[in-house]
Design a protein around this ligand. Structure first.
Ligand SMILES: Cc1cc2nc3c(=O)[nH]c(=O)nc-3n(C[C@H](O)[C@H](O)[C@H](O)COP(=O)(O)OP(=O)(O)OC[C@H]3O[C@@H](n4cnc5c(N)ncnc54)[C@H](O)[C@@H]3O)c2cc1C
Length: 472
């Protein structure tokens, strides 16, 4: 009885705080925005509901100036805030509560190209699907992530892995200029020459320093043929795991190739755990694709959905992975070598978790790219510290029932420990956008941390941008 009344009073006090924040914003901030009706209580959807931010109010900014006005007001009034772009971030560090405000960037979704299509300006709220659709219409390629729902700049600011990495480097390697609002509500147009340290820091730790309202990135004009790739999925069963793992380890990815491997459900009603490999060959045909990935074909896939697809369809195979909602605490790790015995142990724990009620969609995702181009770029040009890492993997317990939280954590931690134990790295490294949220700062920021601390002290001295692996 006592417990019930404590819960009731907590709920009451959270909704009271939320109502007070909303009222204050409507009275004091709304009149200064581009429209009077931009403040609401409805949060935009998030990819994972596990530990999701629960703000008291949402500001649905319509213009870049709205972002500056909102940030200036919130900082001056000591109100915590967080920007949301694609809403795909799952980090447990995203701890915004009912006394805080979410700044929804979704309307900043413009994507424009310069005359010769060698530069694209991307709005701070443009999703990857929107950026690709605009690039396709313009006849150019832009280096984006591989899932349509993710924020283009949300992914890029952490580093930016994507299908064209072997040709053009990481997302951060393609940035020309960044328009960013800092904690004082001021705009900065940051380039390599205007403020080299800020420019460097934005490329790996951007969400810690400000809100990027738009960024100018390199784009690559091309022909219709240059907008085709051979991709799809190859299915394998559990007994083939070691052979698949060895084939991936031995495969020398060329700049036009990359590869994902999933542990995933075969789909309802059986929901059998299977191994999927998603090969990708830029400008590939059925013949060249099969030849480039012949070692995987030699293992004997039980199903093959590969085909030549246009640029706008390259990410379509991952649309299921983009489904919003459900609980998905996710555990990323970087490592150097595919070791069959490690993968067999992870498979066993995956199978145990995946068969639990509501957990059938649980996934393990491995990403492998050609890194020659990315490693030819000066490592000191960006704060992103993981150019040396060969493979990235994420264990994603995916379920509806909150009573599975502890078991999900046990599975995620067990998988992460197994990969870390055989990572062959001098110290654990995890791509910030794939990390769980509890990692030491050195694990996500690597050797960039001391200099990032200096930049953070200069540009966000009161720590307004503290919800994404806060640099302290
Ligand atoms: C289904 C899925 C697929 C993915 N695929 C890829 C991939 O192919 N390549 C890859 O590199 N990563 C990928 N990721 C990881 C992804 O990059 C991170 O989750 C990223 O943080 C998501 O950005 P978002 O804008 O969608 O999320 P959000 O939750 O909106 O943002 C995450 C963090 O970034 C900040 N942020 C976002 N936009 C801005 C901005 N404009 N200015 C300042 N801060 C900002 C937010 O404030 C928040 O702190 C994927 C994740 C998922 C869930």
């Amino acid at each position: 009885m006592k417990f019930v009344s404590l819960v009731a009073s907590l709920v009451f006090s959270a909704s009271f705080t939320a109502a007070a924040v909303l009222q204050q914003l409507q009275a004091e901030l709304a009149p200064h925005l581009s429209q009077n009706d931009l403040i609401s209580t409805i949060s935009p959807p998030r990819w994972s509901s596990f530990n999701a931010p629960l703000p008291g109010a949402v500001v649905n900014v319509q213009t870049e100036l709205d972002v500056a006005t909102t940030v200036k007001y919130l900082t001056a009034n000591g109100i915590p805030f967080l920007a949301q772009n694609g809403g795909a971030g799952w980090s447990s560090s995203l701890d915004l509560n009912s006394d805080g405000v979410l700044i929804n960037l979704a309307s900043l979704n413009h994507v424009t190209f310069n005359g010769d299509k060698t530069q694209a300006t991307i709005g701070g709220g443009s999703s990857i699907s929107n950026t690709i659709a605009q690039a396709y219409a313009a006849g150019a390629l832009v280096e984006t992530g591989t899932c349509n729902c993710v924020g283009t700049l949300g992914a890029l600011l952490g580093g930016g892995y994507g299908s064209l990495m072997g040709l053009y480097g990481f997302g951060v390697d393609n940035v020309i200029a960044v328009q960013v609002v800092t904690a004082d509500g001021e705009f900065h147009n940051v380039t390599a020459t205007s403020d080299p340290d800020f420019f460097w820091a934005l490329k790996g730790a951007g969400p810690n320093l400000g809100i990027v309202t738009s960024a100018v990135v390199k784009s690559y004009p091309t022909t219709q043929d240059g907008m085709l790739a051979w991709t799809g999925t190859l299915t394998f069963d559990s007994s083939q795991l070691e052979e698949v793992v060895e084939a991936i380890q031995d495969l020398e990815l060329q700049p036009d190739m990359n590869l994902f491997m999933y542990f995933i459900s075969s789909g309802p009603p059986a929901n059998e755990p299977v191994i999927l490999v998603r090969p990708f060959l830029y400008k590939g045909s059925v013949t060249t694709g099969r030849a480039a990935f012949s070692s995987l074909y030699a293992v004997g896939p039980t199903r093959d959905t590969t085909a030549v697809l246009p640029y706008t369809q390259w990410n379509a195979g991952a649309d299921g992975f983009c489904t919003y909602g459900a609980r998905k605490p996710s555990y990323g790790v970087g490592f150097q070598k595919m070791i069959p015995s490690t993968w067999r142990e992870v498979w066993n724990s995956y199978v145990e978790f995946q068969k639990k009620p509501t957990a059938a969609n649980s996934t393990v995702l491995l990403e492998a790219y050609s890194l020659t181009k990315a490693r030819s770029i000066d490592p000191n040009s960006a704060a992103f510290p993981h150019r040396n890492v060969n493979f990235h993997v994420i264990a994603i317990p995916w379920y509806e029932d909150p009573s599975l939280d502890d078991q999900a954590q046990a599975f995620g931690n067990a998988a992460r420990d197994l990969w870390r134990a055989t990572d062959q790295l001098a110290q654990n490294q995890t791509y910030i956008n794939f990390a769980y949220g509890d990692e030491a700062l050195e694990v996500v920021y690597g050797d960039s941390l001391p200099k990032l601390r200096e930049v953070k002290r200069r540009l966000d001295p009161s720590g307004q941008f503290s919800h994404w692996y806060n640099i302290v």
